[in-house]
Write a protein that binds this ligand. Structure first.
Ligand SMILES: *Cc1c(COP(=O)(O)O)cnc(C)c1O
Length: 368
């Protein structure tokens, strides 16, 4: 008899499991301030909670295909409901796109460091991630990206603002990549938090291989409900919808999404809170000698604390002892001493800065 392992497809057998330890730990320790996963610090607005409650009363029924939500999303960017594909979070859409265009053994170009799901989902589905390091400045190395393209390249991921670096990619550079005619997944997860809110969504009519994804997890603060969406040409949406699981978005998520779109005041409140908190955090960190916070267009700030001479994980552990959860970035292939902090409420931001200063002071003492 064959061993069970031998039945597992090789790319799954040889893959690393995704570890959700940081989330398990955070849920087990509700007393800690959660600034590690780019979540929104505010609870859903009253109208969203009400919509979810009402929908829950019909949870014995299967949801429809979400036409009403697709239409509401499409009209905002001048597109049609047929240009929208809905996902159980945008991570679901990442998997869906890979499964639709990448055969096992084929290449996927991923400028890195970036959102880790692009490479993880590629591997799990048998594709080969080709990671192209960002330049020194954290900017995309467009020449290297173009040079890495070959016959076997089936997909390019672009994330702007990029997680975790926080910067935006210039229009002309995206166009250079789109001119290749290769399926390109443009991740606008933090679109609503950028100051100018420029989007690639309407350009899917001009570039039939462009996909623009967004999520309700960040600016709208519905990470726990799992709702993401993607804009693309109708011809491409038809294929994606064949691969997509039916009913991949729950009835509760549909109704939460519709209510969130209508509650413009709640969105603006969250946007202003995050942008204000982000600029304050950057300024406060940059006042500390030898420590650098990078400019960011997202709800997170990348910090280079490598001058402290301690590892990212040791830095994170010292903050956990002081009640604050943040994310080490060495796992993202960044240098030791890089961490990422999510923008919280003004009170949470204040606590983080106070505790971070404590840690910096303690480490500077032990160093000298
Ligand atoms: C957080 C994040 C997402 C969101 O994922 P969901 O599955 O929608 O919760 C997508 N892309 C990037 C770059 C992110 O940082």
């Amino acid at each position: 008899m064959k061993k069970l392992e031998e039945y597992i497809v090789p790319w799954v057998r040889n893959s690393d499991p995704y570890r959700a330890d940081h989330l398990d730990f955070a849920w087990d320790h509700p007393e800690l301030i959660r600034m590690m996963s780019n979540e929104n610090p505010l609870q859903p607005s009253r109208s969203v909670l009400e919509a979810v409650g009402n929908a829950a009363a019909h949870a014995n029924l299967y949801p429809d295909s979400g036409q009403q939500l697709k239409k509401a999303l499409a009209v905002r960017v001048g597109l049609h409901a047929d240009n929208v594909v809905l996902g159980n979070g945008s991570t679901d859409l990442i998997s869906l796109v890979i499964a639709t265009v990448v055969s096992p053994g084929e290449n996927v170009i991923i400028p890195a460091p970036t959102f880790s799901m692009y490479a993880r989902r590629t591997r799990i589905l048998g594709g080969v991630p080709v990671e192209i390091p960002l330049a020194e400045t954290n900017y995309w190395d467009i020449d290297r990206i173009l040079a890495a393209v070959d016959e076997s390249t089936k997909l390019v991921f672009l994330c702007s603002p990029n997680n975790p670096t926080g910067n935006l990619i210039a229009k002309r550079d995206v166009e250079r990549i789109l001119e290749l005619g290769i399926p390109t997944f443009f991740d606008e997860a933090y679109f609503e938090l950028t100051l100018n809110e420029t989007t690639w969504a309407p350009r899917v009519l001009e570039f039939p291989h462009l996909m623009v994804s967004r999520t309700f997890s960040k600016a709208y603060g519905l990470a726990g409900l799992r709702l993401g969406y993607l804009f693309c040409a109708q011809s491409l949406a038809n294929f994606l919808n064949r691969v997509k699981n039916p009913w991949n978005v729950s009835l509760l998520a549909y109704h939460a999404g519709l209510a969130a779109l209508e509650d413009e005041d709640a969105r603006m409140e969250r946007r202003d809170l995050i942008i204000g908190g982000r600029e304050w955090l950057i300024d406060q960190v940059n006042r500390l000698p030898l420590i650098r916070a990078f400019e960011s267009e997202g709800n997170y700030v990348l910090i280079d604390a490598s001058s402290l001479g301690c590892s990212s994980s040791a830095l994170v552990a010292s903050l956990v002892e002081r009640g604050v959860l943040i994310r080490p970035m060495d796992s993202h292939g960044m240098e030791n001493g890089y961490v990422r902090v999510t923008v919280g409420t003004p009170e949470e931001n204040g606590t983080f800065i106070a505790r971070f200063k404590d840690v910096v002071a303690q480490l500077s003492r032990t160093q000298s």
